[in-house]
Design a protein around this ligand. Structure first.
Ligand code: COI
Length: 356
């Protein structure tokens, strides 16, 4: 159990216009911080006023990117309760990432305590409007001041909070995705399964290229053959072909094990809808499109929730899915998932965790 010291802000911020939140634009009054020192472990858990971190220019994270991050949300229920969605899954993934990045693990109970404490502290920032929530961004950075390439001996764990609306400006409306055939996001043995900034940094060039052509995001293919579907960077991806739901398997280690992804698979199974986790080639998707069996496609993620794909462009073929409308499976998953998250549907699967 952490002994969390609290320093309250003396200059509470003016809240933004919640009708114009967007995603990632505003931060709350406080943040959680905790340090790690080799030989001592994690120490000095504290909640302090939100503000800049002061770091030496030679701090290791700036040079060798030894860092990780997570993303989860807190929701207001109609009864005025505050709840988290499967935070234990994020904490488990955080420690999987930490192992890959040679960052010391954090006791899962301590991590949950820290998340609940800082969310409770800034609970008046949690949006009450439909479809909005408080995005929670835990992250860890290497803080040794040193330029040798080896794991840091000190780290900072921080949690910041951000009231958000939909990740894409389009909201639940279908997004347009460009299939990237030149650049790759991850390779076997790399960090594709880990939630590290480097994965996102290397995706920016493809993202920028797609945006210039009017696409919201990139569909990444595998790093070896450029043939098998990987993920969409800010979300995992599902295709409905001939009534079967198919999503790339996690076994190659190059796909982020999304909490929303896992929840959708469990929801689909609980409703008796066939779902396959396997290798899926882009040719299979193109063939399904050509023979009329590509029923729908959608992305899943904490930020994106369920994001239907209205158009897929592979540079040669432009596939319009479901006439650019949200498909029935995407809609069903969106309704069930958000219903549980916002406390409007009974949580029969035990996925929500109260904050206060
Ligand atoms: C999330 O869905 O929480 C993510 O981390 C995606 C992100 C890059 C916005």
């Amino acid at each position: 159990m952490l002994d969390i010291k609290i320093e309250r802000t003396t200059a509470a911020k003016t809240k933004p216009d919640y009708d114009k939140l967007g995603f990632g634009n505003y931060y709350t009054d406080h943040m959680f911080l905790m340090n790690y020192t080799k030989g001592i472990g994690w120490h000095d858990a504290r909640i302090v006023p939100y503000g800049p971190l002061s770091l030496d220019p030679a701090t290791m994270v700036f040079h060798y990117a030894q860092e990780m991050f997570e993303g989860l949300k807190a929701y207001y229920t109609p009864e005025g309760k505050i709840q988290l969605f499967r935070p234990q899954k994020n904490i488990e993934r955080m420690n999987n990432t930490n192992r890959r990045m040679c960052i010391p693990e954090i006791d899962p109970e301590d991590a949950l305590q820290a998340i609940r404490a800082v969310v409770e502290m800034d609970k008046d920032w949690i949006p009450k409007e439909e479809g909005k929530s408080l995005y929670i961004r835990p992250f860890i950075i290497a803080t040794d001041v040193h330029l040798g390439v080896h794991p840091s001996k000190t780290y900072l764990f921080a949690i910041i909070l951000c009231p958000v609306a939909a990740y894409y400006a389009a909201g639940i409306n279908p997004v347009k995705i460009f299939i990237e055939r030149e650049y790759v996001r991850a390779v076997r043995g790399g960090t594709g399964f880990a939630k590290v900034g480097g994965n996102y940094a290397s995706s920016l060039i493809g993202q920028e290229k797609a945006e210039k052509m009017g696409y919201a995001q990139v569909l990444w293919l595998d790093g070896v053959e450029h043939k098998y579907i990987d993920e969409v960077g800010a979300m995992n991806v599902f295709f409905v072909i001939d009534g079967k739901v198919i999503t790339p398997a996690l076994s190659e280690g190059n796909i982020l094990p999304g909490v929303t992804r896992a929840s959708c698979i469990e929801l689909l199974k609980s409703k008796g809808i066939p779902v396959e986790e396997r290798k899926l080639s882009i040719d299979e998707v193109l063939d399904a499109y050509k023979n009329g069996t590509l029923n729908e496609a959608f992305g899943t993620g904490t930020a994106a929730v369920i994001s239907p794909i209205g158009e897929l462009n592979d540079g040669e073929t432009v596939m319009t899915l479901n006439d650019g409308n949200i498909g029935p499976i995407s809609q069903m998953l969106y309704d069930n998932l958000t219903g549980i998250q916002w406390g409007k549907l009974e949580d029969t699967l035990g996925w929500t965790v109260p904050v206060c």
